[in-house]
Every structure is written in structure tokens, then in C-alpha cells.
Design a protein around this ligand. Structure first.
Ligand SMILES: *[C@@H]1O[C@H](CO)[C@@H](O)[C@H](O)[C@H]1NC(C)=O
Length: 237
């Protein structure tokens, strides 16, 4: 082969790779093309509003909303739009409200005073809160029949998997009831997910149209009470 030929072939391969990459990224963009994110800081110049602006900011928040969405689709194994809830826009607000954050439909509200008072890495904490709240946007609630503790547990399971876990969470094996909610239930669900890879994704899928505690037994072959006592025994002493 003449050297010129070789270079031509190399370039042709390069061009092919570049156009394949372009096509792949086009598809990746397509997946989120219909989805819009808006971020509004309603807390202005209050300490929390200022801390949001200085240490977190709107561009980072928009990126995080998109990353959280992609992560949740993966965690819930919702590869195609047909598997997902139909959501066109997610809006996040920094508001002068109490508590930490809440989500109503496709609107996420984060407390400015919580951000102001948080001691530690506020950006990391905010990110974890966004993953939890974004899970609420995409998760199923068993057509309103699922226990609140399970809903909060699945949202914190997403946060656990994202790695943005705060230091104050319970350790694996801690807690009194499987449906206690939040970190307790998230740790338990993580144990269940270890017994059957993708368990939480399958549970969430079953919860699209209703809820029955027998979902645990259908997926794992044991009642939820048996699973909870196995879990407690595993971490006992
Ligand atoms: C839940 O599932 C069990 C076992 O499959 C069934 O007997 C029971 O009727 C179901 N409960 C509800 C509320 O659907």
C-alpha cells in the first residue's frame, strides 16, 4: 500500500468515527430533547438565596437536573420513553419555605433557609437532595396505594446509588421497620437489590398501576417481613 493510500484510509476511518459519534450524540440529545429544565431563585438576597447563587448557581443546577434524570432512567431501567412517565418540563425553585425540599408533580422546591443553615459541603448536599426529589418526579406511586415510607425509601435508594450520601444517614442494618422511610428503607431496598439485581427497577415498574406488598414475594420469593428479618440478622451485633 502506498503511504498516501494509508493516510487516506486513516482519514476515512476518522471521518466515519466522527460521523458515528455525531449520530450517537444526536440520539442522546433526542432522548432529552423534549424535556426542559427551568431554575428559579425566589429567595433573592436572603442568606439562602445568596448561598445558592454563590456556591451552587443556576447553570450547575440545570446540569444536575439533566444528570439526575439520566441516572434515574438508568436506575429504573427505563430505556425508552414508553417506559417512563410523560414529563415535558421539570422546574426547580429555591423558595422561602421550611423543611428541606418537596416535589409536587414536576416542580421541585428547595428550602433557602435549609441551604443557609447547612453546615458542610452545601453543593454536594444540594446535589443529593436534587437526586432524591427528581426520583419523585419519575417514580411510580402504585396509583396512590403504596406506603409513603416505600416511596421515600425508593427516592433515597436513588440518592444512595448516586453516591451523594450525607454522613448523618443510618448505617446498613439500622432502623425499626422496613417501611420506616428515607435512609432506613433505602438501605433495606439496597439489600433487596443485592439479592436480585434490578429489584428496585422491577418494583417501581410493578407500582405503575397499583401496589401490593406481595410484590416483594413475587420478585424475591420471600415476604417483606421475612426479608426484613433476614436483613436485620445479616447486620446483627
Ligand atoms: C395482594 O396479593 C395477594 C396475593 O397475590 C392477594 O391475595 C391480595 O388480594 C392482593 N391484595 C390486594 C389489595 O390487591
Amino acid at each position: 500500500m502506498k503511504p498516501g493510500n494509508y493516510i487516506n484510509r486513516l482519514m476515512a476511518t476518522r471521518v466515519l468515527h466522527v460521523s458515528m459519534l455525531a449520530i450517537i450524540s444526536l440520539f442522546a440529545m433526542e432522548a432529552q430533547a423534549a424535556l426542559r429544565y427551568t431554575v428559579t431563585n425566589n429567595a433573592g438576597t436572603t442568606p439562602g438565596g445568596m448561598r445558592f447563587t454563590n456556591q451552587i448557581g443556576i447553570p450547575y443546577t440545570r446540569q444536575t437536573l439533566a444528570s439526575a434524570t439520566n441516572f434515574i432512567w438508568q436506575t429504573f431501567r427505563q430505556a425508552s420513553a414508553a417506559d417512563r412517565k410523560s414529563v415535558q418540563q421539570v422546574s426547580l425553585f429555591i423558595d422561602n419555605v421550611g423543611g428541606v425540599a418537596y416535589t409536587s408533580g414536576d416542580q421541585i422546591h428547595v428550602s433557602a433557609s435549609y441551604l443557609a443553615g447547612y453546615s458542610g459541603d452545601v453543593k454536594s448536599e444540594f446535589t443529593g437532595v436534587v437526586y432524591h426529589e427528581m426520583a419523585h418526579v419519575w417514580q411510580s406511586n402504585g396509583a396512590g396505594q403504596a406506603p409513603g415510607g416505600l416511596i421515600e425509601g425508593i427516592a433515597d435508594f436513588v440518592r444512595l446509588k448516586s453516591g451523594y450520601v450525607p454522613g448523618h444517614w443510618v448505617k446498613p442494618g439500622q432502623g425499626d421497620r422496613w417501611d420506616q422511610g428515607y435512609d432506613v428503607t433505602a438501605r433495606f431496598l439496597n439489600y433487596c437489590d443485592g439479592l436480585r439485581n434490578g429489584f428496585v427497577a422491577e418494583l417501581n415498574k410493578k407500582m405503575r398501576t397499583g401496589y401490593n406488598v406481595s410484590f416483594f414475594a413475587e420478585l424475591l420469593g420471600k415476604s417483606v417481613d421475612q426479608l426484613w428479618s433476614d436483613y436485620k440478622a445479616k447486620y446483627a451485633q
